[in-house]
Design a protein around this ligand. Structure first.
Ligand code: ATR
Length: 280
């Protein structure tokens, strides 16, 4: 998507390349990229959090709070760090016509992806509920966000309150591995206990708001079981959204940080779709 964006802007002297780096080589690899004349780079799992321990990056306020950086910018006076993952999720929601301002947000999962997104909504003052298979992780994350963003409406727990939490939510964001790989046929709703005699579809129908927005940050598979469940339950006006535009927007924001130019998001999206097709 970056190559396509460079091309569309006729930035023919720019390249975006992928490098595999072992955790113990991270600091050296980043310093080498800087010495080699790169303008910046993206970091992915497990480097997003580790890079801050190296002490060579100045994170911006938000990245520092989250404790994770996915974009580096090399300047003469230092290396600057940003987190465009959460802003990417926000742009994806807004573009889909699901402005989250003032909305109740339910986050499923408490891993790295959930962390960035929950922090952003905590910071924006939304009411945020984080539920996770492992309750302590969600509770710890919620407490940390509540403290660092001074937002009291951030709480955490396990899946036992899942149906009640779903009933309160305007936007549900699914960030776990459910729906992927060996969990391809499993949705978050399959993990919730149902009263005797009720089917899953009946529960979803009864417990989700009519205009709920269901956002799964996964894009491969294109439609997870979770999104499929919401669609199937025929909620009036429910919106479903996969993770592809989050991927595109986090990239577009990084592109802007490096080049100072706004890329053509449609061009980037097209390149991503083509890449996904090729893999199948
Ligand atoms: P990421 O960076 O993609 O968020 P992660 O940090 O490894 O990845 O987080 C994985 C998330 O998926 C966690 O919330 C994890 O729940 P636990 O904290 O209880 O491990 C969740 N997850 C993974 N497999 C799951 C499963 N089978 N059922 C429910 N949640 C699962």
């Amino acid at each position: 998507m970056h190559t396509a964006a460079f091309s569309a802007l006729r930035m023919t002297d720019c390249v975006y390349e992928a490098y595999a780096v072992m955790p113990e080589e991270l600091k050296e690899a980043v310093l080498k990229a800087q010495a080699d004349g790169f303008r910046g780079l993206n970091l992915t799992i497990p480097h997003k959090e580790k890079i801050l321990e190296s002490g060579i990056v100045n994170p911006d306020r938000f990245a520092e709070k989250v404790g994770a950086v996915n974009t580096l910018l090399f300047e003469n006076d230092g290396i600057y760090g940003f987190n465009t993952d959460a802003a990417g999720a926000l742009s994806a929601l807004k573009t889909a016509g699901a402005d989250p301002a003032g909305k109740n947000i339910l986050i499923i999962g408490a891993g790295g992806a959930a962390r960035s997104i929950s922090f952003l909504f905590g910071e924006l003052g939304n009411s945020v509920r984080i539920i996770n298979r492992t309750a302590e992780k969600a509770e710890r994350l919620a407490a940390e966000i509540a403290k660092k963003t001074e937002n009291r409406n951030v709480s955490g727990g396990d899946f036992s309150t899942g149906w009640e939490d779903s009933a309160q939510a305007d936007i549900i964001i699914q960030t776990t591995e459910l729906g992927m790989g060996k969990y391809e046929d499993v949705s978050f709703f399959d993990q919730l206990e149902r009263p005797a005699g009720k089917t899953k579809d009946e529960m979803i129908q009864a417990r989700l708001k009519d205009k709920v927005v269901a956002f799964d940050i996964v894009y491969n598979p294109w439609e997870t079981k979770f999104l499929n469940d919401v669609k199937k339950a025929e909620k009036a006006g429910a919106k479903t959204l996969n993770g592809v535009m989050m991927l595109v927007y986090q990239g577009a924001l990084a592109f802007e940080i490096w080049t100072g130019q706004k890329p053509d998001v449609a061009v980037m999206e097209k390149a991503v779709l083509k890449g996904l097709e090729r893999k199948e």
